[in-house]
Structures are given as structure tokens and as C-alpha cells.
Design a protein around this ligand. Structure first.
Ligand SMILES: NC(=O)c1ccc[n+]([C@@H]2O[C@H](COP(=O)([O-])OP(=O)(O)OC[C@H]3O[C@@H](n4cnc5c(N)ncnc54)[C@H](OP(=O)(O)O)[C@@H]3O)[C@@H](O)[C@H]2O)c1
Length: 268
């Protein structure tokens, strides 16, 4: 029986690569995005349906989920929409903070909540959310981004228990760098004169870190693995850079790892 996946943020990057991979593997793909009218790559592909969805808009979520489950059984929901927010807390406005939390954390929670009754009725289903290696370790000047990605990691772990009662799975994909629009148009950033030196170091470091970035197609393969391996596992660390950092984090422990990051950026 043909399976179906519902994807958020499918207009570019990892969301689009995942939509293409699952389509090639013979799945039905419900590719959601804020502006489906502008989409040319996915439009017209066999078994791909485009739907309008802004994860911060509850009416849009309700409409998209109603259409999706009205036409097909959905097997996997991939919560992927998200963007970066960089800057010291002092540099960020309340509006910037709320928008980031609304998109990266509440968006995931709302979409999941909307699909649970469908999965519970079917006694099966799987949620997968894109977090980040920034969902278990912290870098400077990304505090609100980390709050959202740590949030999705902890929330997923807790949700695994209540969803498990109904044979519903929940997993996270935690990538390192991915060569997408993430550090370009999908990055909101603000500066503050009290943090200039750290900002400069961070920007220089990010360019270097992105040289080791995975392609969205490589990370999409991990999403496919998570969707099909039937493993009782919540977190999938994805990409060579993230796996190397994860191994180091496990090897020396959280506190020493944090001191290493401080040494790297603050030189002490
Ligand atoms: N690239 C990296 O280095 C990296 C590393 C770790 C984790 N991640 C995570 O990977 C996920 C995908 O990012 P990406 O790297 O593929 O970047 P991307 O190419 O910029 O894709 C981000 C996607 O999120 C969508 N989006 C943003 N706000 C939305 C909203 N309110 N409603 C619906 N869609 C929204 C964007 O849609 P529009 O086209 O409408 O803007 C776009 O499709 C994100 O959750 C990100 O945090 C990325």
C-alpha cells in the first residue's frame, strides 16, 4: 500500500529534498509551503500535492490538515519549517523572539496536535521534526534558536510516552550544517555594540563550519531512514559534522564541551 508523508517548509532546502526523495521512493507527498503558487520544481510531479501552510497561522494549519487527511491516510508528518535567529539577547526585539518561537517550536507543536487524532484512530503514524545539533549543544549568540531546538528535542522525548500508548512514533533529525538558504534568506540577525567582537568571531566561524556542511539530499536520506527503519529511537544525529561533534560531546561530557566552545570563541 502506498504511504503518504506530509511535509512543512517544502519550498526549499531540506523540505524540498525530502519531498523529492520520498516521491522517488514511491510515496505520496503532501508538500506544504507558505507560497505554493511560486513552486515550480515540485508542481506537476506525480503523487505530489502542494498545499498552502504557514506554521504560525492556526487557520492555515487547520485548513491544510483537513484537506490532507480528507483525501488520504497520512503515515508520516515531517515538521521541518524553521529559520535561524542570530544575535545577543540584548540585540533582539520581542517581535523577533516571538516569531522564532512561534515558527520553530509552537509551529511543530500545533501541527503535531492537529494530526494526533488521525494517527490515534489509525493506531499508527510517525512524527519527525527537524531540530539541529543546536538542539543538544549551545553556540554563542543563538540563544533563542537553541531555546526552540532544545525545546523540540525535550518535548519530543516527553511526547514519545503518551504517543507510544497509541502506537504513534516521534523522532527528531538533528543535522549540523546543511547547504541551503538557511544562512542566507532564512537567517534573521541583529547586532549590538557590546558584543561586536564575539559577533565577528562567530560570523567568521560559521563560514568555516559551513564548508563541512552536508547537502540537503544527504540529510533527506536520514529522514527516509527514520521514517522506515521501525526503530524505537527518538534522536537521529545527521551529517558528518554533527556526528563528530556529538561524539566529542559524549566523550568529554557536556561541561568540558561547553568550555571548549568558549575557548574557541572567547579564547578563555
Ligand atoms: N541549513 C542548516 O545549516 C540547518 C542546520 C540545522 C538545522 N536546520 C533546520 O532545517 C530546517 C530546514 O531548513 P533549511 O536548512 O532547509 O533552510 P531553508 O532552505 O531556508 O528552508 C526553510 C524552510 O522553512 C520555511 N518556513 C519558514 N517559516 C515558515 C512558516 N512560518 N511557515 C511555513 N514554512 C516556513 C521556509 O519557507 P519559505 O520559502 O516560505 O521562506 C523554507 O521552506 C529548519 O528547521 C532549520 O532550523 C538547518
Amino acid at each position: 500500500m502506498q504511504k503518504a508523508i506530509f511535509i512543512t517548509g517544502a519550498s526549499s532546502g531540506l523540505g524540498k529534498a525530502t519531498a523529492k526523495l520520498f516521491q522517488q521512493k514511491g510515496w505520496k507527498v503532501i508538500a506544504t509551503m507558505r507560497n505554493p503558487d511560486k513552486e515550480t520544481d515540485l508542481a506537476g510531479l506525480e503523487n505530489v500535492t502542494l498545499l498552502q501552510l504557514d506554521v504560525t497561522d492556526t487557520n492555515s494549519i487547520e485548513a491544510a490538515v483537513t484537506v490532507a487527511i480528507g483525501s488520504d491516510d497520512v503515515d508520516v508528518v515531517f515538521n521541518n519549517a524553521g529559520y535561524g535567529l542570530m544575535g545577543s539577547l540584548e540585540a533582539l526585539t520581542d517581535k523577533q523572539i516571538l516569531k522564532e518561537i512561534n515558527t520553530n517550536l509552537l509551529g511543530v507543536i500545533r501541527i503535531t496536535k492537529a494530526f494526533i487524532p488521525h494517527f490515534r484512530e489509525r493506531k499508527q503514524g510517525l512524527f519527525i521534526s527537524t531540530t539541529s545539533m543546536g538542539g543538544f549543544l549551545g553556540f554563542p549568540l543563538h540563544s533563542i534558536y537553541h531555546a526552540t531546538k532544545f525545546g523540540v528535542e525535550g518535548w519530543s522525548e516527553s511526547m514519545s510516552f503518551e504517543l507510544g500508548l497509541h502506537n504513534i512514533g516521534i523522532k527528531t533529525i538533528a543535522p549540523g550544517g546543511i547547504s541551503t538558504d538557511f544562512t542566507g534568506r532564512s537567517l534573521d540577525r541583529s547586532s549590538h555594540r557590546a558584543y561586536t567582537e564575539l559577533e565577528d568571531k562567530l560570523f567568521a566561524n560559521i563560514d568555516r563550519m559551513m564548508e563541512a556542511a552536508a547537502t540537503p539530499e544527504q540529510i533527506a536520506e536520514i529522514v527516509y531512514e527514520a521514517a522506515t527503519d521501525n526503530k524505537d529511537q527518538v534522536r537521529y544525529v545527521a551529517g558528518n559534522d554533527a556526528n563528530a561533534m556529538y561524539a566529542r560531546w559524549l566523550e568529554i561530557g557536556k561541561e568540558d564541551f561547553r568550555r571548549e566552545i568558549r575557548q574557541q570563541f572567547l579564547g578563555r
